[in-house]
Design a protein around this ligand. Structure first.
Ligand code: URA
Length: 239
């Protein structure tokens, strides 16, 4: 059992002080009954908590979908440059969210931020076969030779072995979809550069079951929906 104020503050949406005020104003209900005191004990697994009638998810972890814009580092902090954490409000930064995997500074698109280390591991482990799909614009045009080369699994000039990857040319081939099961440093750019088709623009569309919300403009974020969290949990918990 957990205190009502602790459960609500743990969502990152309000500070402990703000939660106490919400409770004092009678705006918080647990299973349809007004929560009278911040220290009231509730079962986080079963309670239906609402604030102003809206259901509040009391999951112990926070999951944020961000449309990463170009120009920010996928890091939690940096001495000199802005990071994706700068796009989040203070309450969320306090929770210690971190990006699940990195996008290059100039790469845009789907970035998941969470404080759930187990989920991050499952999403990033090549053994889990979680596909990451990128939209790339290239110099020149990708063709069927490139498709075969990526599907066979490339060995780059520096000896880096890449797992087989998907490549789908779009239109005249100046853009394409690339599907990776791993996330080595600059991997899409290095694979396509090795094929003589350097990447001009790179944008991540999806990560496993999670697809970038078309309503999210660059730089904007939202919490994952219950449905999205359930799908991510479906990735399993074994190695
Ligand atoms: N591959 C890259 O080259 N860059 C990214 O940001 C992500 C995948």
């Amino acid at each position: 059992m957990e205190r009502a104020d602790k459960l609500l503050a743990a969502t990152g949406r309000w500070s402990r002080r703000e939660v106490k005020e919400l409770i004092r104003q009678g705006r918080v209900q647990a299973d349809g009954c007004s929560v009278a005191r911040p220290e009231e004990k509730l079962d986080p697994e079963t309670v239906c908590l609402t604030v102003d009638g809206g259901v509040v998810d009391c999951s112990p972890y926070v999951y944020v979908m961000l449309h990463k814009p170009a120009g920010l580092l996928s890091a939690t902090e940096d001495r000199d440059q802005p990071t994706v954490l700068d796009l989040l409000p203070e309450e969320l930064r306090r929770r210690g969210l971190f990006p699940v995997g990195r996008l290059d500074k100039d790469t845009t698109g789907l970035l998941l931020l969470t404080d759930d280390g187990g989920l991050a591991h499952r999403l990033l482990s090549p053994k889990k076969h979680v596909d990451k799909v990128y939209l790339a614009e290239v110099e020149g045009r990708v063709d069927q030779d490139d498709v075969r080369a990526l599907e066979a699994g490339m060995v780059l000039g520096d000896g880096l072995h890449c797992l087989p990857a998907g490549l789908e040319p779009l239109g005249n081939g100046s853009s394409c979809l690339v599907t990776l099961r791993e996330g080595k440093y600059h991997q899409v750019k290095r694979m396509l550069a090795a094929r003589g088709k350097p990447v001009i623009l790179l944008h991540r569309l999806s990560m496993g079951p999670l697809t970038l919300d078309g309503e999210l403009k660059p730089g904007k974020w939202r919490f994952l929906t219950r449905q999205e969290r359930t799908e991510l949990r479906g990735l399993g918990t074994t190695t």
